[in-house]
Design a protein around this ligand. Structure first.
Ligand SMILES: Cc1ncc(COP(=O)(O)O)c(C=O)c1O
Length: 354
C-alpha cells in the first residue's frame, strides 16, 4: 500500500525572492519540502511541510558514519506551454537511489512512493520552475541515517527527503580537466557506483588541488594504473575519435549516469554507433596528436551536456576544442533538450509530464 502524504502549506510564499534572470545554482530553495521517516522497519509520516531547518541530535549517525545518499534530477518548463512541467526518466533516479541504499545498508524507498512524493511536491511548487533558456528546477532527493547512537552499525532509523531549487547553468564555459594520477575516486568492490555523500567529500581535496593548477575539474582514472579514463567529478565522459563515439564502459567504480545512458540511446537512435569500452588516456593523447580527437564532452543532470576545452596530464595540456568540432555533441544535446521541453517527439517515453 502506498504512503499517504499530509500537506502543510507555507503561510507565505518566498517566490518574490526568486529572480529568474539571476538564478545561480543551489542558493534559493522553494517553498516546500517532502519528508518521510523510517521507524520500526517501515516508512511512515510522509509529509510535505514548509521548507525549513531540520533538528537533529549531535550523535546523529549519518554525520559520524556516513550513511547518507542522494540523487539529482531536474524539472523543466517549456517556454511555449504555460502550464506543463516535465521531469526526465525520474524512475531511473528512484531505482539508483535504491541501489545506493542497498550498498550502504539502508532501507529502500518504494519507487511508487518516490514518484508520488515527487509529483505532489512539484505540483505545489510548480511556479518555481524557471521559464528561461537553460533554467530548470533542480530536485534533490536524499536519505540519511538518524539514530542518535555512537557505534559502527547500520542505523535503525532514517529520513528520506526531497527539496528543490531553481537553477541556471552549472558550468558557464567549456571545461579544462586534469587527468588525476595521484588520488583515486573509488576502488573495486567499493562504493563508486553509488551516490553516497562520501564519494563527493573525498573528491574535494584533489579537485581543489587541480583548481590551483588552473583546471576546472578532475578527470578520474582507474584506481589501479591511473591509465583508463573513468568520469569527471560530476559527470560521465565521451570522446569522438574520427567518426567513432567512445565512452568508458561502466565499471563498479563509476556512476552509471542517467544522462550517459540517454546520450548513448539517443545517439544510436540518430544513427550513430557508440562504443562502450575501456578508453586509455594514452589513446586520447595519441589521437589528439594525430588530429583525430574531434570532440570531448561530459554529461550529467546538473552539468547537462558540455564540451570540454581539453585535458592536462603530467604538466602537458591537450586542447581539443580550439581546432575541434562540436557537431555530434550539439546534435545530441539539442535532441535531448527538445524532448525535455516537449518541443519534439519522445520516442522512448522518457518525459514525465506533471
Ligand atoms: C560522479 C558523477 N558521475 C556522473 C554523473 C552523471 O549522472 P546523471 O547523468 O545521472 O546525472 C554524476 C551526477 O550525478 C556524478 O556525480
Amino acid at each position: 500500500m502506498s504512503l499517504e502524504i499530509t500537506i502543510e502549506k507555507a503561510k507565505v510564499s518566498r517566490i518574490s525572492e526568486f529572480d529568474p534572470q539571476n538564478i545561480g545554482f543551489g542558493k534559493l530553495f522553494t517553498d516546500h519540502m517532502f519528508l518521510c521517516d523510517y521507524r520500526d522497519g517501515e516508512w511512515q509520516n510522509a509529509r510535505i511541510v514548509p521548507y525549513g531547518n531540520l533538528s537533529m541530535s549531535p550523535a546523529t549517525s549519518s554525520i559520524h558514519y556516513g550513511q547518507s545518499i542522494f540523487e539529482g534530477m531536474k524539472a523543466y518548463a517549456s517556454l511555449e506551454n504555460d502550464h506543463d512541467i516535465t521531469t526526465f526518466r525520474p524512475m531511473e533516479n528512484a531505482k539508483r537511489l535504491n541501489r545506493s541504499a542497498h550498498r550502504m545498508a539502508m532501507p529502500s524507498f518504494p519507487e511508487e512512493d518516490f514518484m508520488n512524493a515527487l509529483e505532489t511536491l512539484l505540483n505545489l511548487d510548480r511556479q518555481w520552475v524557471p521559464r528561461i533558456e537553460g533554467g530548470a528546477l533542480y530536485i534533490r532527493p536524499y536519505m540519511f541515517a538518524t539514530d542518535d547512537y555512537i557505534g559502527v552499525k547500520p542505523s535503525d532509523t532514517y529520513t528520506f527527503a526531497i527539496f528543490c531549487c531553481p537553477v541556471g547553468p552549472y558550468y558557464n564555459k567549456a571545461l579544462r580537466v586534469k587527468v588525476e594520477k595521484e588520488y583515486s575516486r573509488a576502488a573495486p568492490g567499493g562504493v563508486g557506483f553509488t551516490k553516497c555523500s562520501g564519494n563527493y567529500a573525498s573528491a574535494l581535496h584533489p579537485t581543489r588541488e587541480a583548481q590551483k593548477e588552473g583546471y576546472d575539474q578532475i578527470l578520474w582514472t582507474d584506481p589501479i594504473e591511473h591509465k583508463w579514463v573513468e568520469e569527471t567529478g560530476t559527470t560521465n565522459f565521451f570522446a569522438v575519435i574520427n567518426n567513432s563515439i567512445v565512452t568508458p564502459s561502466l565499471t563498479g567504480t563509476m556512476l552509471a549516469g542517467i544522462t550517459r545512458d540517454s546520450v548513448i540511446t539517443g545517439l544510436k537512435h540518430l544513427g550513430y554507433t557508440v562504443d562502450e569500452r575501456p578508453l586509455s588516456v594514452d589513446e586520447l593523447i595519441e589521437e589528439q596528436q594525430k588530429g583525430n580527437l574531434k570532440e570531448l564532452f561530459i554529461t550529467g543532470t546538473a552539468a547537462t551536456l558540455m564540451n570540454l576545452e581539453g585535458f592536462g596530464r603530467d604538466g602537458e595540456y591537450y586542447d581539443v576544442l580550439t581546432n575541434g568540432d562540436t557537431h555530434i555533441s550539439s546534435e545530441i544535446k539539442d535532441f535531448l533538450d527538445n524532448m525535455k521541453l516537449k518541443k519534439s517527439e519522445d520516442p522512448f517515453g522518457w518525459v514525465h509530464t506533471i
